[in-house]
Design a protein around this ligand. Structure first.
Ligand code: NAD
Length: 261
């Protein structure tokens, strides 16, 4: 499906990004990884994805998505080492949960920088070559929280709503160029980022972790089940693939029915 394409996937050392990297490599794309983690874990992931691509290890950029010069360098190094960057998946993201009046300023800045501003800088850096080639795919991993809100997640909800505006605006700009720009809006997906929210909820409400999951975290996810990372990778493969050229500026929800309510 993705033979001949070069994909740069931010935040691909864990969770959703890693599942997308696995899937894209299996579909024949050359993939550049990015994200944090223990050196031995990153080495393992690079070897695993590399094997899928017939390389000793997958190319990797340690760029910090809160630092625009590093984002620009990451895109440049993808082009330099793999020859192009025609699929960009803006996936890196972080969460901070706090009432708005106590929300630490530095956490607000961090969540907005990584979850929203980085998407702008990566798109800005990658788009000229996509346009020149007459083909490109920009996929922003947003959230159900890009479409509806929850309390105590002001920075995250603001950032993800911002991603939706960015997605739509870029989609209009690229509409005649062979490039598309879309967002995936997952509900709660079984990853370290979401699983970390279960224990604090159990403690806050004095219930078991099982009850905290279904009654509180998944309160508005009608299936009462985690979305699995492979389901998000499937959506990304569709949006990156050859049969989605008319899908542009849209939100693809994979959320167990959350925003149907
Ligand atoms: P995760 O914590 O498993 O992975 C996040 C990835 O981002 C990791 O590779 C991490 O190293 C990387 N990262 C974090 N800060 C970074 C930085 N400054 N620079 C570069 N990389 C950085 O999380 P996940 O659940 O897989 O989340 C991936 C995306 O999916 C995020 O944008 C998140 O908001 C979104 N999302 C997740 C869920 C969910 O329930 N898990 C739901 C909706 C949306």
């Amino acid at each position: 499906l993705l033979e001949g394409h070069i994909a740069l996937i931010t935040g691909s050392t864990s969770g959703i990004g890693l599942a997308i990297a696995r899937r894209f490599a299996r579909e024949g794309a050359k993939v550049m990884l990015n994200g944090f983690g223990k050196p031995e874990d990153i080495a393992r992931v690079r070897a695993e994805i590399g094997a899928e691509m017939g390389l000793a290890e997958a190319p990797y950029s340690p760029a910090d998505m809160s630092k625009p010069p590093e984002i620009r360098a990451m895109v440049a190094s993808c082009v330099a080492s793999l020859g192009a960057c025609d699929i960009l998946v803006n996936n890196a993201g972080v969460q901070h949960v706090s009432p708005v009046e106590d929300f630490p300023d530095d956490q607000w800045e961090r969540v907005i920088a990584i979850n929203l501003v980085s998407n702008f800088h990566a798109i800005k850096a990658a788009l000229p070559a996509m346009k020149a080639k007459g083909w490109g795919r920009i996929i922003n991993v947003s959230s159900a929280h890009g479409l509806v809100a929850s309390p105590f997640k002001t920075a995250y909800v603001a950032a993800k709503h911002g991603v939706m505006g960015l997605t739509k605006s870029v989609a209009l700009e690229v509409a005649r160029t062979g490039v598309t720009c879309n967002a995936i809006c997952p509900g709660f997906v079984r990853t370290p980022l979401a699983e970390a929210q279960v224990k604090p909820l159990a403690e806050k409400h004095g219930v078991s972790e099982e009850a905290a999951l279904t009654d509180y975290l998944l309160e508005r996810q009608p299936t009462k089940k985690w979305v699995e990372v492979e389901e998000i990778a499937e959506a990304a493969a569709y949006l990156a693939g050859p049969n989605s050229g008319s899908v542009n500026g849209t939100a693809l929800s994979v959320d167990g029915g959350w925003i149907a309510q």
